[in-house]
Write a new protein. Structure first.
Length: 179
């Protein structure tokens, strides 16, 4: 059994952090909420995306740098996590590696694998050959699978780098990530 490490997290307002660990072939990262997240609405808390959109979300980024990632986001709908979605999509900017280079460009279409209020656990697994990422979402207890399983091929230009990051926009969320 692989060694497991826990990383407690708290997200508030605009949050970006790299864990400093990679999702290795055959391994899994699990993000477990302590409580249902809430949106942040005070003027001091609100930040806008580069597109100008106001979005309330938290989730995981898997990929080599801020310009090239698979984002798995628990996103509020109309300002409420009672109507949330698990949204998955790639950001791809080949040849660019910093936010200053790619800004908010390169986001592809997203896939919604769940809509509802009960999401509490996000799981991203990497196949033993390192070529495939799989995403699942469970209820707050981590018992009931709520989503259809989503599979994505690790892009060739990542050169196998599946670093794990945590992102939050205009919400408060807390929990533990286990790698």
């Amino acid at each position: 059994m692989p060694d497991r490490r826990s990383h407690p997290f708290t997200i508030s307002s605009q949050h970006r952090s790299d864990l400093g660990v990679a999702l290795l072939p055959g391994h899994t990262v699990v993000a477990t909420l302590a409580l249902t997240p809430r949106v942040q609405m005070t003027p001091e808390e609100i930040t806008y995306l580069g597109s100008g959109e106001l979005r309330h979300q938290w989730g995981l980024g898997i990929g080599p740098d801020p310009c090239n990632k698979l984002y798995v986001m628990h996103r509020a709908v109309q300002g409420s996590f009672e109507n949330a979605r698990l949204v998955i999509g790639f950001k791809t900017n080949i040849g660019k590696t910093t936010s200053d280079e790619c800004h908010n460009c390169g986001y592809g279409p997203t896939t919604t694998t769940y809509s509802g209020a009960k999401l509490g656990v996000i799981v991203v697994s990497r196949s033993t050959d390192g070529q495939t990422l799989s995403v699942r979402g469970y209820d707050l207890l981590g018992v009931n699978l709520l989503t259809s399983e989503y599979h994505a091929t690790v892009p060739e230009h990542w050169e196998g780098d599946c670093s794990i990051s945590l992102r939050g926009d205009n919400c408060f969320a807390s929990g533990v990530m286990t790698t």
